[in-house]
Design a binder for this molecule. Structure first.
Ligand SMILES: [Zn+2]
Length: 294
């Protein structure tokens, strides 16, 4: 089976052909321009490659509710050209194959659970911290959908008094993404994260905010593993700081084996930044199987 996979991002599209074992056989990248420019180019690449099914892990918000009349449509995104665009339907009709969509971060969570370090677990949280902050969550082996999909990057956290910056989220005064995303670090310090390695206060504040978010997710979702990906998390010095802050904030309240072994509980992504495209491959496999069972 040739599985078409699309990781649809706000700045670039990653397209791949994979097989059932999660091996990537071909790969292509293109910039995210308008739908009129980008979508026909993606369709013709997949047509040339020849695919049996399609999985899409998309930037959002995106309608992921199976059976919804607007399933696979991009919703109220700040990327105006894509707002209300029927991404999945347009591609599916042009390609004539089964297709399935989920949010980009749910896709990454699925990739880690299928092909990565979270294999065998059923309740997992994947957090990406980069241009924005987003969480993919699986509970009991199923990606969380509900009314939409999780938007856990916008939970409210407490701003530190020694924080010289401000929340940059247009919607909230003190949310996680507005205080801890890559652009927020850059605005606060006037430099990019990778140029700030030598300033300990940068990472003290960043780790504090990430730990505040994680503690809320730990107490609510009870994940068996937390995986941190995205550009900011390439700053590996953050991991020990985040783990220490999480332990401090939990203050002994949870004594599970996972929390007591926190170095193996809060971990970096394991798939060389392919977790999203691998999740899209798994979505493609599911689309194929679900179509066969109908
Ligand atoms: Zn916000």
């Amino acid at each position: 089976m040739r599985i078409g996979a699309l990781e649809a991002g706000g700045t670039k599209m990653v397209l791949a052909i994979g097989n059932e074992h999660g091996e990537i056989l071909a790969r292509e990248k293109m910039p995210t321009l308008t739908p009129e420019e980008t979508v026909p180019a993606m369709i013709s690449w997949f047509k040339e490659q020849g695919i049996d099914t399609l999985g899409v892990a998309s930037f959002g918000p995106v309608d992921v509710k199976l059976g919804s009349a607007t399933y696979g449509r991009i919703l109220m995104t700040p990327k105006l050209a894509w707002r209300q665009y029927d991404l999945l339907k347009t591609m599916q009709e042009a390609l004539g194959v089964p297709a399935k969509v989920d949010s980009d971060v749910n896709g990454s969570c699925l990739g880690e659970m299928t092909y990565g370090q979270a294999k065998g677990l059923d309740t997992v949280l994947y957090l990406t911290i980069g241009t924005g902050i987003g969480a993919g969550i699986a509970v009991g082996g199923k990606l969380v959908h509900g009314m939409l999909h999780p938007e856990a990057g916008h939970v409210l956290i407490t701003k530190r008094e020694d924080d010289p910056g401000n929340c940059i989220c247009p919607s909230h005064d003190h949310c996680f993404e507005g205080l801890a995303s890559g652009p927020s670090i850059e605005k606060r310090w006037g430099k990019k994260a990778h140029e700030l390695k030598e300033n300990p206060l940068v990472w003290e504040i960043e780790a504090d905010y990430i730990a505040q978010g994680l503690v809320d997710f730990i107490l609510t979702v009870s994940p068996q593993m937390i995986i941190l990906g995205g550009g900011v998390m390439h700053q590996e010095q953050l991991f020990p700081l985040i783990r220490a802050k999480v332990v401090e904030y939990l203050n002994g309240y949870l004594q599970t084996p996972e929390i007591l072994d926190i170095d193996h509980y809060i971990v970096p992504a394991s798939l060389d930044d392919d977790q999203g495209i691998l999740g899209a491959i798994k979505l493609g496999i599911e689309a194929y199987e679900e179509a066969a069972n109908h």
